[in-house]
Design a protein around this ligand. Structure first.
Ligand SMILES: CC(C)(COP(=O)(O)OP(=O)(O)OC[C@H]1O[C@@H](n2cnc3c(N)ncnc32)[C@H](O)[C@@H]1OP(=O)(O)O)[C@@H](O)C(=O)NCCC(=O)NCCS
Length: 213
């Protein structure tokens, strides 16, 4: 008995040493396309999700029907895309409008609404901790979503948006620079440009001058 407990502790110790969060063992992924260059940390539930290169998602993510681009940074407790309930029917319970038996039963022969709408998150998007994104939303390239926000509408590229209801408080750069960055799409340049980005990190003008097509 004592040896059994010791082995369990040793098992988790080895996982810890190998940088594997034990939460991963209880995670669930279905119908996903996740780049081997992406990093999903700790416990996650992913359903119909694609995640591109160099994106990371912190602990405790729960994401479905979502495409996420490259170089995104997503904070802990990310809840994204868990379906639509109509509010203009007699009831909001899916047993009357969906065949999916969410509560274990359904009296419906055919689903009456579009229950899921894909969410698109662009490239180089930063999403703070404890953010919820509702179905069908698009978050543009380079956008920033403040901690605790509920993203209930589309967010333009390079906007900084916060709060609930969410609102754009500013843009990261001038409209001219945003246009140039969107035309440039540096995130498609590949690994050989990583060092140039690092060297020019706070010199946007110099970077655009040097690398704009
Ligand atoms: C959105 C964010 C990036 C903005 O940072 P910033 O550009 O430095 O903005 P400021 O701190 O100057 O704030 C600008 C205004 O927005 C408000 N604000 C900032 N973040 C906010 C948030 N998350 N929710 C609501 N309001 C927020 C500020 O109070 C300030 O309001 P004011 O103009 O009335 O004084 C930052 O506040 C944030 O939420 N970061 C996420 C942190 C996080 O979750 N880290 C974990 C990463 S893994």
């Amino acid at each position: 008995m004592f040896r059994g407990i010791k082995n369990i502790i040793r098992f988790f110790w080895h996982l810890y040493r190998a940088n594997v969060f034990p939460g991963c063992l209880f995670s669930y992924e279905s119908k996903c396309r996740i780049s081997i260059k992406a990093n999903i940390i700790g416990f996650r539930i992913l359903n119909y999700v694609s995640i591109d290169d160099y994106t990371y998602i912190a602990q405790n993510s729960n994401i479905s029907y979502t495409n996420i681009g490259k170089y995104c940074s997503i904070g802990p407790n990310f809840l994204c895309g868990w379906g639509i309930h109509p509010t203009d029917g007699i009831s909001t319970s899916p047993m009357f409008y969906s065949t999916m038996e969410q509560n274990g039963t359904s009296v419906c022969k055919k689903t009456k609404i579009e229950e899921r709408k894909f969410i698109n998150i662009g490239n180089d998007v930063f999403i703070g901790a404890n953010v919820t994104v509702l179905d069908g939303v698009t978050i543009g390239d380079g956008a920033v979503i403040g901690a605790g926000a509920i993203v209930s509408k589309d967010i333009p590229p390079y906007a900084v948006a916060v709060g609930c209801p969410i609102r754009v408080i500013k843009y990261r750069f001038s409209p001219e620079k945003v246009d140039a960055l969107l035309k440039m799409k540096w995130w498609e340049y590949g690994e050989k440009y990583h060092l140039s980005i690092e060297r020019n990190f706070f010199d946007i003008d110099g970077f655009l001058k040097k690398y704009s097509k």
